[in-house]
Design a protein around this ligand. Structure first.
Ligand code: G4P
Length: 528
């Protein structure tokens, strides 16, 4: 096997999806701990309540501070290199999460054993489904009273229309949680008391009739385990790798992340079954990770924390080829060549500047705003990667500088923020007001703060009567002009000067659509 094949086969790039509080942060820490990146564990984020006790927006600020560092966490485990991409926890930042999901090959879905599928789990899952993404499920918090495991499986199956196959099976729960039976490897893994930060040591069994089980577990627990597994085998299909890779079947693990329990079984499972870097869809063809020429796409832009420098880091998912530091890559949108001489490579555990990267890896590229979400960098071929979502803004507010003399500066700041993907910004044709559109309300607060700290422009956001925004298009520019001329009062331009219709209410939008049947009213615009 060549070097490229080998590296690709051993890469696992994934994200964790979860409803807030299910245990994503805790699981992340434990994965890093077992992956040997111990220096990072514990520094991932403030957890749960502690985090939520502060005002929401302080939390966001904190997360932003550490998010470059913890955006991509790389660790090695059993000769595989894992790239774990972090996703923001708060629902208002789901846009970032959705885009991050375009850069991974699979996801681990964490559920709280007492709660099952929750609203945010479902939303995130839907995004994964759009991409047929393989999902591995981890049902957490079995050290507490949880729902019956059969009910949990049923919940996943019914709510997400996904075939479920238990990979491990819990023995008891809450105070009586004794451990799990690893169904894929016939191992009994018991909760060891007081041995934090150690991996579970499993005991290999010769099937469920192995007398070791009777020795190690109380009689009623063994009996229940045998009964349960009998039922599991009767009710659930066999695990099929292909169905998993197509995203229609999920292996389910049980555990208690906080007690390190079940994490090793999960990691072993990911090592064996999680996919290596997949083909990436582009306008013309699917790009194989094994293509020797380097290509990649930008899925996230992170503003630098130093307010004096407006540098940004663009996160590129390497799609194909062997990237070396100093590579000259063509930026397809501008057709300019970029010399990637100081990439931030997250590969090295100690974050030293690494010299190379492979498909599935993430490279951080410092730049001054020329890179945008959705952009492709290649060795020359004009590839246009598809499927990187842009969302219709659902909340629209006007923004004004406290000092009216700073209006021009504000305009420049807003264009930059829009290019970065932090918000949609529109300038109204009449009155030249700036309108900002976001998906989650908290984004306004973050924007106000960023405009103040990074651009030194104190601003106020004001409610508007606006209901939604639609990009308007027509193949014939004259027809489009007719429409825009007739609707001046509701027209604005986005940061790329594309015309946008701002509707006051749903009736206003419906009316415009009816009156102008040949105009396309688009909810989103491809990232360009
Ligand atoms: P999130 O990132 O998905 O929001 O969840 P996070 O890991 O922050 O966990 C949310 C809460 O659940 C935390 O408690 C955490 O300690 C707890 N937790 C995580 N895994 C388990 C588990 O396996 N069993 C139990 N019983 N609890 C678990 P908190 O009180 O909100 O925060 P903290 O004070 O413990 O930091």
């Amino acid at each position: 096997m060549g070097m490229l094949e080998d590296r690709v086969a051993n890469r696992r790039t994934f994200a964790i999806i979860a409803h807030p509080d299910a245990g994503k942060t805790t699981l992340t820490e434990k994965l890093l701990l077992f992956g040997g990146a111990i220096q990072l564990a514990g520094a991932v984020k403030t957890r749960g309540e502690q985090r939520r006790a502060r005002s929401d927006w302080m939390k966001v600020e904190r997360e932003r501070g550490i998010s470059v560092a913890s955006s991509v966490m790389t660790f090695d485990y059993r000769e595989k290199t894992f790239n774990l991409l972090d996703t923001p926890g708060h629902e208002d930042f789901s846009e970032d999460t959705y885009r991050t999901l375009t850069a991974v090959d699979s996801a681990v879905m964490v559920l709280d054993g007492a709660k099952g599928i929750e609203s945010q789990t479902r939303k995130l899952f839907e995004v994964c489904r759009l991409r047929d993404m393989p999902i591995t499920t981890f049902i957490n918090k079995f050290d507490r009273e949880a729902q019956d495991p059969f009910d949990l499986l049923d919940d996943i199956e019914q709510t997400l229309a996904l075939d479920v196959v238990p990979a491990s099976w819990p023995i008891g729960m809450g105070r009586n949680f004794l451990g799990c039976y690893d169904l894929f490897n016939d191992r009994l893994v018991l909760v060891s008391k007081g041995k934090n930060n150690h991996m579970d040591e499993g005991i290999t069994c010769n099937g469920l009739e192995d007398p070791q089980l009777d020795e190690l577990l109380p009689a009623d627990a063994v009996e229940k385990l045998r009964e349960d597994i009998d039922m599991v085998r009767g009710l659930c299909p066999e695990f099929e790798v292909d169905a998993f890779l197509e995203g229609t079947m999920t292996p389910v693990y049980f555990g208690s992340a906080i007690n390190n329990f079940g994490v090793e079984t999960l990691l072993n499972g990911l090592t064996e079954t999680a996919p290596s870097p997949r083909f990436a869809p582009s306008a013309d063809r699917n790009i194989s990770p094994l293509e020797p020429k380097v290509s990649g796409f930008i899925f996230k832009i992170q503003a630098n924390m130093d307010p004096k420098h407006r540098d940004r880091i663009a996160f590129m998912r390497l799609v194909s080829g062997h990237f070396k530091r100093g590579a000259k890559l063509k930026h397809i949108r501008s057709e300019k060549t970029m010399n990637i001489h100081n990439p931030v490579l997250f590969l090295a555990q100690d974050r030293e500047l690494a010299e190379e990267a492979w498909p599935g890896d993430i490279i951080g590229i410092p730049n001054h705003g020329n890179l945008r979400i959705g952009d492709a960098l290649t060795e020359g071929e004009a590839i246009r990667f598809t499927g990187i979502p842009s969302f219709a803004p659902e909340l629209l507010q006007k923004v004004r500088p406290v000092d009216p003399m700073r209006a021009k500066h504000l305009g420049r700041a807003l264009v930059q923020l829009a290019e970065e993907g932090a918000a949609r910004t529109f300038k109204t044709r009449m009155g030249s007001d700036w309108v900002v559109g976001v998906v989650g309300g908290l984004q306004f607060e973050v924007l106000a703060d960023r405009i103040r700290t990074e651009y030194d422009i104190p601003v106020n956001f004001e409610q508007t009567e606006l209901f939604t925004a639609r990009w308007v298009e027509h193949d014939d520019p004259r027809e489009l002009k007719k429409f825009t001329d007739a609707n001046q009062a509701s027209l604005a331009e986005d940061h790329d000067e594309a015309p946008v219709f701002l509707a006051r209410n749903s009736w206003h939008l419906e009316r415009a659509e009816k009156d102008w049947p040949n105009i396309k009213f688009l909810k989103t615009k491809e990232q360009s």
